[in-house]
Design a protein around this ligand. Structure first.
Ligand code: NAD
Ligand code: DAU
Length: 329
């Protein structure tokens, strides 16, 4: 199995999950180790995997690694919406050209591909409805990030239809858990508190996300690898929708601070209002169930992880906050 982006948040958790629960796989990782990739996330399993530092846009390298793999699980991407607003170029490169490069290698060598995507490709939902995205919701991305992810999904579908490659896709909701970069919402607030700063809430904090534990995302991916149908798309999500304000208040409470001890900062341009996935297909077809049903418990464990692993997140914290300061957030 070749895992692209295996030194990033979800990819590294996927590598750990795979080694723990699926010892039948030999795992190779291809990761450029951008600012978001962290070799330390794989430190405890370094002797059980092959880690290749390299670019998914490097056709020769990708060809060589895919030729040796039966299966490619493709997590590698530029993943942060705010960064895509300030500098979209790396998103076009890694998310579109990188996925194209992998698809061509998969086509040449007949490997199977699972492409990791996001609910953001569908755009957003109104706050005052109970509507949910389904596998057939038309794509309507809002940000440079989600537009490049939507484009990468389209490339995968076209390679399935036109070249008959064996590929599947999944679009997951927001993930939380250990090993997530401090630029993202939950770790930013937790590490702000741990460094004596206040959490930062964009706009009115009314935007809603569906919070899914990273291990639940990864167990769903494994089910798709085992039982998913070729060419199919599966939506993944816990069903637990919360406003950003609710999450900040929960984090503050879990960390022993008053629930209103946060700053409001200017909103993200084009900020998607609400995401929510209808997961009937993966639940009924593959029998997937999230194990982390209690968000509060999952967040408490995540807070503990950041408390206990300052060595892991501290080096990136100041640079991340200086980026946010430049953006006024
Ligand atoms: P991340 O930013 O933490 O990790 C991305 C990894 O990809 C990093 O290790 C980085 O070094 C690597 N990478 C980036 N460009 C590369 C390139 N050109 N070549 C090789 N490696 C490269 O991201 P994440 O949050 O773990 O997301 C992983 C995947 O899951 C992405 O495809 C993202 O779109 C998708 N996704 C994320 C979430 C979420 O909540 N974080 C939810 C749904 C889907
Ligand atoms: O829905 C899946 C997507 O979730 C993934 O495709 C993306 O890769 C991932 O980054 C995430 O995107 P979001 O934009 O939803 O996540 P982010 O962590 O950046 O922000 C979550 C919400 O919190 C969003 O509404 C913006 C808000 N926010 C974020 C930060 C960093 C704040 O209010 N304050 C903050 O400091």
């Amino acid at each position: 199995m070749l895992v692209t982006g295996g030194a990033g948040f979800i990819g590294a958790n996927f590598v750990h999950h795979t080694l723990r629960h699926h010892p039948e796989y030999e795992v190779g990782v291809l990761d450029l180790l951008t600012y978001a990739g962290n070799r330390n996330s794989l430190r405890t399993v370094a002797d059980q995997i092959e880690l290749h530092q390299g670019d998914i846009c490097d056709a020769a390298l990708v060809d060589r690694l895919v030729a040796r793999s039966d299966l490619v699980v493709h997590f590698a991407a530029e993943s942060h919406v705010d960064n895509s607003l300030s500098d979209p170029e790396p998103f076009v490169r890694s998310n579109l050209v990188g996925t194209f490069t992998l698809l061509e290698a998969v086509r040449r060598h007949g490997a199977r591909l699972h492409h990791i995507s996001t609910d953001e490709v569908f755009g957003d939902l109104a706050l005052d409805t109970t509507d949910r995205f389904t596998e057939t919701t038309p794509y309507d991305p809002s940000s440079p990030y989600s537009a490049t992810k939507a484009g990468s999904d389209m490339l995968v579908r076209a390679w399935v239809r036109s070249y008959g490659i064996h590929a599947s896709l999944s679009n997951c909701a927001n993930n939380y858990g250990p090993l997530q970069h401090v630029e993202k919402f939950v770790p930013r607030q937790v590490t702000n508190v741990l460094t004596g700063a206040r959490p930062k809430l964009y706009g009115g904090g009314v935007n809603v996300r569906e919070w899914t534990h990273v291990d639940d995302h990864n167990s769903a991916v494994h089910l798709i690898l085992e039982r998913g149908r070729p060419g199919e798309t599966y939506l993944i999500g816990s069903g637990d929708e919360r406003s950003n304000r609710q999450i900040v208040e929960m984090v503050l409470e879990l960390m022993g601070l008053p629930r209103d001890d946060y700053d409001r900062v200017p909103d993200r341009p084009g900020h998607d209002l609400r995401y929510a996935n209808d997961t009937t297909k993966i639940r009924t077809e593959l029998g997937w169930r999230p194990r982390f049903a209690d968000l509060r418990q999952g967040l408490a464990a995540t807070v503990d992880w950041y408390r206990e692993n300052e060595w892991w997140w501290r080096p990136g914290k100041e640079l991340t906050e200086s980026r946010y300061r430049r953006a006024g957030r």
